[in-house]
Design a binder for this molecule. Structure first.
Ligand SMILES: Nc1nc2c(c(=O)[nH]1)N[C@H]1C(S)=C(S)[C@@H](COP(=O)(O)O)O[C@H]1N2
Ligand SMILES: [Mo]
Length: 421
């Protein structure tokens, strides 16, 4: 069966060509209707091309570091390089962007509202953004948001999805209200076990009928002090690409649970079953699988706390310096729900390790700054490797950790090259 349909694709029949040209004509007449004018040279438009006048107006790269890596622009997925992440609090310009659909444009914050519903609330309730800002006490936290697929590019065989290297992570300062205060005001039933979010972003084809992504967390995570419904990032309105005007922020877990453009929360009496909560999305095999092996959903578990990890943010890989000088090396380390207890660096491919100075986190779930000074025995090529250990005694692996079908949770040690002259 599958074979014969493959053959059909190989040799398109006359009728399927007819169908394609019919679809093209229909698309162009829709375009013309929206543009209010006929597209004169429509026959010359390449297949799949979207006329400039109809493309998204909003440019998410505006104000971003132009050195960032654009992984895709449909949807927009943009990654930072490790040395862009040198600040303790990541500024807007270096924050990675991850979207599953279209960034919603034309948002009116003055009429924005958040509805809390679901089977485990006593009564559905809606709050305007202004009410949220005035009725509850605001809190500010520095929170690490890391994409579950950060580091995916390291897996072999390759897994589908954005080929993130190291830069799909940031720690910025969020201001908003505690989700637990909000849920207390709404009133939740004793059978509540999970929350789920909804945002206003749409599928790439503009289809608004189904949510692009609707994930959530167990009620215990929702009730943590640091879980926020936030309207501000680094002291300003949240930038549009990062969820303006309202966002759920759950630090330390895959950033996919931090819903952008938040307009609805549901309190569930079962595990939330929204888009990208089910199937193999954001799930890891319970037991190791052979590279390339798919496995079944029953053998997988939802990713919760992210694993221990660190970044070398200074110097930039490829740095060259004179042997007479000592090299100051620094970066951050984080460990999901846990604190980082130690960071070590090696310049001899892991044969010996040096303990670094490590700061306490600004608050729970913030990343921690580490630094050290290195002396190199002679001129030549070196690599600096960094390895963090969490409060549970778990360290980063030096090689790529367990392969998994979706390429999640690669927390292998970050390495940079340096040349000493
Ligand atoms: N509404 C909505 N929220 C979303 C997403 C999305 O596509 N739509 N992507 C999620 C994923 S997979 C990640 S990694 C983070 C990215 O957050 P950022 O763009 O601020 O870096 O947002 C999460 N929240
Ligand atoms: Mo993500």
């Amino acid at each position: 069966m599958a074979r014969s349909s493959e053959n059909q694709l190989d040799k398109p029949s006359v009728s399927s060509q007819d169908r394609r040209s019919f679809i093209r004509k229909t698309i162009f007449s829709t375009f013309s209707a929206v543009l209010g004018a006929e597209i004169i040279h429509a026959a010359s438009i390449p297949e799949g091309y979207i006329p400039v006048a109809l493309a998204q107006q909003f440019d998410p790269m505006k104000g971003k570091n132009p050195e960032m890596i654009i992984r895709s622009d449909q949807p927009w997925n943009v990654e930072a390089r490790p040395h862009h992440l040198d600040d303790a609090i990541t500024p807007f310009e270096n924050i990675f962007i991850r979207n599953n659909g279209l960034i919603p444009e034309d948002i009116d914050a003055t009429s924005w509202a958040l509805t809390i519903g679901g089977e485990s609330v006593s009564k559905e309730k809606t709050y305007t953004l202004a009410e949220l800002k005035t009725k509850f006490k605001p809190y500010t936290y520095q929170l690490v948001l890391e994409c579950g697929g950060n580091g995916r590019a390291g897996f072999y065989p390759p897994t589908a999805g954005n080929q993130w290297e190291e830069g799909a992570v940031y720690c910025s300062e969020w201001t908003g209200i505690r989700l637990k205060d909000l849920l207390q005001d709404v009133g939740i039933k004793s059978d509540a076990v999970y929350i789920g979010y909804y945002g206003t972003d749409k599928h790439l084809n503009g289809d608004g009928s189904k949510p692009v992504i609707s994930r959530g967390v167990p009620i215990s995570k929702a009730m943590q002090d640091e879980t926020l419904v936030a309207w501000s990032l680094n002291g300003k309105d949240i930038p549009l690409a990062h969820g303006y005007p309202l966002r759920l922020v759950c630090g330390g877990w895959p950033a996919s649970v931090s819903g952008k453009w938040l307009n609805k929360l549901v309190v569930r009496n079962k595990e939330h079953d929204g888009a990208k909560m089910t199937g193999d999305s954001y799930r890891m095999p319970k037991n190791p699988v052979a590279p390339g092996e798919e496995g079944t959903v029953e053998d997988m578990t939802i990713i919760e706390s992210m694993p221990v990890k660190s970044l070398i943010t200074y110097p930039k890989t490829g740095a060259m310096f004179a042997k007479s000088k000592k090299l100051n090396v620094r970066g951050h380390a984080w460990a999901g729900e846990f604190e980082v207890s130690e960071v070590q660096v090696s310049i001899d491919f892991g044969a010996t390790w040096k303990k670094c100075i490590l700061k306490k986190p600004a608050n729970r779930l913030a990343w921690q700054q580490w630094s050290t000074e290195l002396a190199f025995p002679e001129a030549g090529y070196y690599e600096v490797w960094a390895k963090a250990t969490d409060s549970q005694g778990i360290s980063q692996p030096m090689v790529i950790p367990g392969w998994n079908p979706k390429g999640y949770l690669n927390n292998a040690c970050h390495r940079i090259a340096v040349k000493v002259s």
